[in-house]
Design a protein around this ligand. Structure first.
Ligand code: ADP
Ligand code: MG
Length: 279
């Protein structure tokens, strides 16, 4: 397939979700997005967390957020209209709005509330493929609410960040049940993109035990790359930059680059298999 034709395919939509807070969803959205852009993929992040940490972490402060994910979900604005460029070439973002925290109530009477994000993406597909977008990453809030359900309904797959700590697997069965329910009722093609272990601490036996447990449970769905606990990763958002721009050489940046490469390879393989099935 020529590069040109390959480019015009619809973007792969990946929801970064885990109803636990503080496991590295937003950090992964920002830095995986940046690392994918660094290896020449065109990426858009949708910030669906009312906290707006992905927007802030990518240098889009609240006063610069004109159209937001709220307008997309509630006012029906198409996705491409709300996309703004970030400090990273090739990476744009649909910023968040605190108003997103009220969406649950605002949509309570809408029978088709779960399809809102999907509709907005579909409305934009021509424009989005015109921009040759390869990936859309959705940064989900820390709950299984209407926002997360919208992103699972709109997504091709879910990427689950798991923190290497004692309770890592707790709550995961609830997340997987939600995935099954969404598959059954809202989006039959929802796939598990993978599980990424975050905040790995090599000096800590517990981290290694948790990692081994998760690998036993999920097999090759777990990425080889583990994101290490690295203070540079947590410092970067305070200057409105992804860690790759803040300190490219640090272990956190290098890990996100290696995760991005794994995902690009995984996608190539998946597409080859799909084409094989069609042929
Ligand atoms: N690899 C890492 N090393 C050190 N700190 C990290 C790392 N990943 C995330 N953090 C920090 O942990 C906290 C929670 O991460 P965040 O990505 O906001 O989680 P979530 O979006 O799942 O709530 C943040 O303060 C973030 O800076
Ligand atoms: Mg977050």
């Amino acid at each position: 397939m020529s590069d040109e034709v390959e480019r015009r395919r619809a973007p792969r939509v990946i929801a970064i979700a885990n109803q636990k807070g503080g496991v590295g969803k937003t950090t992964t959205a920002i830095n995986l997005g940046t690392a994918l852009a660094a290896i020449r993929q065109k990426v858009a992040i949708i910030d669906l967390d009312p906290q707006g940490n992905a927007s802030t972490g990518l240098g889009v402060p609240p006063q610069e957020r004109k159209l937001t994910a709220y307008d997309v979900l509630i006012e029906g604005d198409p996705l491409h209209a709300a996309m703004v460029k970030t400090v990273v070439p090739g990476l744009s973002i649909v910023p968040s709005d605190q108003l997103l925290s009220g969406v649950e109530l605002e949509l309570a009477d809408d029978q088709r509330r779960s399809y809102r994000l999907k509709r907005a993406i579909d409305k934009s597909l021509t424009e989005l493929s015109g921009e040759a977008l390869d990936y859309i990453l959705i940064d989900c809030p820390p709950s299984l609410n209407v926002l997360t359900v919208n992103s699972l309904t709109a997504a091709d797959s879910i990427l689950v960040p798991l923190q290497c700590e004692f309770f890592a697997l707790e709550g995961l069965s609830q997340l997987l049940r939600t995935v099954d329910r969404v598959r059954g009722h809202l989006n039959s093609r929802l796939d598990i993109q993978g599980v990424v272990l975050t905040m790995y601490d090599g000096r800590n036996n517990l981290s290694a035990e948790v990692a081994a447990d998760v690998r036993e449970h999920f097999g090759d769905k777990v990425y080889k790359t583990m994101i290490p606990r690295n203070v540079r990763v947590s410092e970067a958002p305070s200057v409105g930059k992804p860690v790759l721009l803040y300190d490219l050489q640090c272990s956190g940046s290098q890990a996100y680059i290696s995760l991005a490469k794994e995902i690009v390879q995984q996608e190539r393989k998946r597409r080859r298999e799909e084409q094989g099935e069609v042929a």
